[in-house]
Design a protein. Structure first.
Length: 320
């Protein structure tokens, strides 16, 4: 699963969930100096609806719309906030990683074996879209059998706006996407466009040997990754936890005293899971996912592995 984000979204994420009467921000563009000229590196939704786009010069944009707001791109801050959001999205899958390709920001999730915890894939996608909308983030989601096809569909298929999912037998749908969806450098893309090879399907019709001979191995590798013929790993933002449970809290909690009963229930659930596997734990981490996107955690360790709820409840309570 791939979820694209734009740098302008990070301002919304910092400010937390929006009230029901939330009004979208005015037209805003982020700019970046490229070869001495200031060009647009990202636009928010109102600016996009006005016709402004990435790569456009600020001078040209202001000639059309003098009142647009322009802010210098803060790439390091964008990356930090993307990582922060990826930590929050571990609630959906431990295999969660921020991914940046050029000016395109996204979060990758491997949801294999996780979807049933949320009532199925469709409900999982709907929950992610709604949760991000509460932060003021307009996300696109594509779920596919591999990282390359999910990323391509998320950025270049309009259906991803409402959440898109395809199976292994439907991978041919990526053939209609532009070659930019293959994540190659601009020089290769320009060469392919010059020959009239504008779609992934056009490249797929060329024999692999001829493809490598004419355009180099990078093109074949990109095509194979997008079609799932070559594995591509996801580097999780945090180490994978072997045993994990989720305990939803259905009411607002404002004090430490309110957190303790929820903590005790969660610990009991996890200890029951460990006991069913005849396992114990030497370290437990308790993560709290706040509604405004902030994630905080406490961790406790024991000298011997055990699955006794009262032991872990005592250790975690001391750190709460």
């Amino acid at each position: 699963m791939s979820l694209p984000f734009w740098p302008t979204d990070r301002m919304n994420f910092k400010s937390g969930p929006k009230p029901l009467n939330y009004n979208p921000s005015p037209p805003l563009v982020l700019i970046k100096s490229i070869k001495g000229a200031k060009r647009i590196s990202a636009v928010n939704l109102p600016a996009h609806k006005m016709g402004l786009a990435m790569g456009q010069s600020l001078t040209h944009a202001r000639a059309l719309f003098p009142d647009i707001k322009a802010i210098e791109t803060q790439e390091k801050a964008d990356e930090q906030d993307l990582t922060k959001l990826a930590h929050w999205m571990i609630r959906y899958s431990p295999h969660c990683a921020p991914y940046i390709f050029g000016a395109k920001y996204s979060i990758l999730l491997d949801i294999t074996g996780c979807e049933h915890l949320f009532g199925g894939e469709a409900r999982l996608i709907a929950d992610i879209l709604q949760s991000l909308a509460n932060f003021g983030i307009s996300a696109r989601i594509a779920c596919a059998p591999n990282k390359g096809s999910a990323w391509a569909l998320a950025f270049y298929d309009k259906r991803a706006k409402n959440g898109l999912s395809i199976s292994a037998g439907e991978l041919s749908q990526i053939d209609s996407l532009p070659i930019e969806a293959l994540r190659m450098n601009s020089k290769i893309n320009d060469n392919l466009h010059a020959l009239g090879l504008n779609k992934i399907g056009a490249l797929a019709q060329i024999a692999p040997n001829a493809l490598v001979r004419r355009f180099g191995p990078q093109v074949l590798q990109a095509l194979n990754r997008t079609r799932g013929r070559e594995a591509e790993a996801i580097s999780p933002v945090r180490e994978i936890i072997p045993n994990k449970i989720t305990h939803p809290i259905l009411h607002a909690i404002l004090t430490q005293e309110g957190l303790e009963p929820a903590m005790q229930i969660a610990v009991k659930k996890l200890c029951q899971l460990l006991a069913s596997k005849s396992q114990g734990a030497k370290t437990m981490r308790l993560c709290f996912y706040r509604v405004d996107g902030v994630v905080f955690e406490i961790k406790a360790s024991a000298s011997l592995a055990n699955n006794k709820p009262e032991t872990w409840q005592m250790l975690l309570k001391e750190r709460l």
